[in-house]
Design a protein around this ligand. Structure first.
Ligand code: HEM
Length: 527
């Protein structure tokens, strides 16, 4: 449970008051010079009411603006204790959580059922401090390096001239980007599948996407990817359903989540990890674990479940909780650490930076929904919206003046210093590993793992989307990408568009396909 804000709660008194707590005699009519006015500037109650209203809005999130949240509890099975010392993963430990689900590209008032990636962000209020698992419902990402994030988002957001959302008008910028940056093809293929139009937040998987580093009590490290598995299974909408719901009930997903919780049908997930040895190469079966456009198939690295999440309480106030919650990839607890994934590294900077603007200054961790459930003793002081009344005269460390905290030692079990990973001797550079250039083998595996009906949906989705692209060169370049993924996918989309399918120029032009082509037990070309 987070604390309930005390000021301004409407049920504290039977009287209406000013924000200063003074009982009001009248709040429906302003003070005027005579019955017919004009209104007097002297009416400071009028001014307080209007001024506060004038400042009710804060900036929406630059991405993931549209979302819905819920409170719940995470209970650990204890099965992760061999790989991580994180206290909240010890057997039987119960931790309060707040989860926010979201779409990525739409504005705060956009429709829930659009084709998009979904956010799945979880704040664990652990006894060792806050741990945020800020994931998505798709296990890979569009880009390999965070420096490209503004570019992909600029390409995906509504066109800057008319601000008409992509799905209703030209799709040129998005398809321009992903056909030029072929590393984005894998994520895009997941978006074009039924995963891109989730039926319910309750029926989505969640993925941490990046590889994390886990550290156990003995100081041994391993690499790991986090997975959420929904109890209700994974389900998508049909495209026609998504379109109709977008019109009839743009709030479909947030209503579904809130109604289910209110009705006692509490949504549940299991948290799982894929664990890999922490080798200097940071690869597993040839897959680069620092490349967030790649997943590790569960067939070769099974997901081991480590706990259960139940969402059982709707927020009391959307703005206070769902809108003001501030997730941060750097909210980590001892036993869980980041890796050098260049996407993850950029995220470590981005979240706090954007929240400084979005939440009006540096004290947003004091907002009730963000407040840690562990004692806080930082040396951070003052700033806008400072709610703490700090005592003492010496907010610096070490100090010899303040009673109770003069020479506080760092906790040897504390975060951030327990993982002395060696940085190889190397020159500063902007290059990336050669394996990062393989952009098509994993989307091909995904395509080959689909059932015939799922393939039909994917072909129809590409045909619809590319049918909206105005610039023929962009459409052709994207068709070429599909040819590199799988000629039958490309052929199906080209036929639906009345175009000729291009031939593959890359690996598939080679008569001896690589072993990766049969990794999921699929043969290529497919039977
Ligand atoms: C939200 C940046 C990649 C998942 C956000 C926000 C920013 C951001 C600025 C808004 C935060 C706020 O206003 O509080 C970035 C950058 C990325 C990146 C720079 C790449 C370099 C990712 C990836 C994932 C992800 C790979 C998934 C694994 C989310 C989620 C939210 C979010 C779930 C919504 C959090 C909420 O519900 O409040 N991101 N992001 N992002 N991001 Fe990212």
């Amino acid at each position: 449970m987070t604390d309930t804000p005390s000021s301004g709660a409407p049920d504290q008194t039977e009287w209406l008051t000013t924000s200063g707590g003074v009982r009001l005699r009248e709040t429906d009519r302003s003070l005027k010079a005579g019955e017919r006015g004009p209104t007097l500037l002297q009416d400071h109650h009028l001014r307080e009411k209007i001024t506060h209203f004038d400042h009710e809005r804060i900036p929406e999130r630059v991405v993931h603006a549209r979302g819905a949240g819920a409170h719940g509890t995470f209970t650990a099975y204890g099965t992760a204790e061999t790989v991580t010392s994180a206290g909240f993963l010890a057997e039987g430990r119960e931790t309060p959580v707040f989860v926010r689900f979201s779409t990525v590209l739409g504005s705060r008032g956009s429709a829930d059922t659009v084709r998009d990636t979904r956010g799945f962000a979880t704040k664990f209020y652990t006894e060792e401090g806050t741990f945020d698992l800020v994931g998505n419902n798709i296990p890979v990402f569009f880009i390999q390096d965070g420096i490209k994030f503004p570019d992909i988002i600029h390409a995906g957001k509504p066109h800057p001239d008319r601000e008409i959302p992509q799905a209703q008008s030209a799709h040129d910028t998005f398809w321009d980007f992903v056909s030029l940056h072929t590393e984005a093809q894998h994520h895009t293929l997941w978006n074009m599948s039924d995963r891109g139009i989730a039926r319910s937040y309750r029926m989505m998987e969640g993925f941490g996407v990046h590889t994390f580093r886990l550290i156990n009590a003995a100081g041994e490290t391993s690499l790991a990817k986090f997975h959420w598995k929904p109890k209700l299974g994974v389900h998508g909408l049909l495209w026609e359903e998504a379109q109709m719901l977008g019109g009839f009930d743009p709030d479909f997903h947030r209503r579904d989540l809130a109604d289910a919780i209110e009705a006692g049908a509490h949504p549940e997930w299991e948290l799982g990890v894929q664990v890999f040895p922490d080798t200097p190469q940071q690869t597993y079966e040839g897959i680069d674990l620092l490349d967030p456009t790649k997943l590790v198939p569960e067939e070769i690295a099974p997901v081991q479940t480590i706990g259960r999440l139940v969402l059982d309480r709707n927020p009391d106030n959307f703005f206070a909780e769902t809108e003001q919650v501030a997730f941060h990839v750097g909210n980590l607890v001892p036993g869980i650490d980041v890796t050098d994934d260049a996407l993850m590294q950029a995220r470590l900077f981005s979240y706090v930076d954007t929240q400084l603007t979005r939440l009006g200054g540096p004290n947003f961790n004091q907002i009730p929904v963000n407040r840690p459930h562990a004692p806080v003793n930082d040396m951070l002081r003052d700033g806008f919206h400072q709610d703490e009344v700090h005592r003492g005269v010496a907010p610096y460390h070490p100090n010899s003046l303040d009673a109770g905290c003069p020479f506080l030692a760092g906790d040897p079990q504390g975060a951030f210093l327990d993982n002395p990973v060696r940085v190889p001797e190397t020159a500063k550079q902007r290059e990336q590993p050669a394996s990062f250039d393989d952009h098509f083998s994993q989307p091909r595996l995904f395509w080959l793992s689909m059932t015939p009906v799922e393939k039909q949906h994917i072909v129809a989705a590409y045909a619809f989307e590319l049918g909206k692209v105005h610039e023929p060169a962009i459409r052709e370049r994207q068709l070429q990408c599909l040819a590199e993924i799988a000629p039958d996918l490309c052929g199906g989309v080209a036929a639906a568009l009345g175009l000729t399918a291009p031939s593959p120029k890359g690996e598939l032009a080679d008569p001896d396909p690589s072993p990766a082509l049969s990794m999921l037990g699929g043969s290529y070309p497919p039977d």
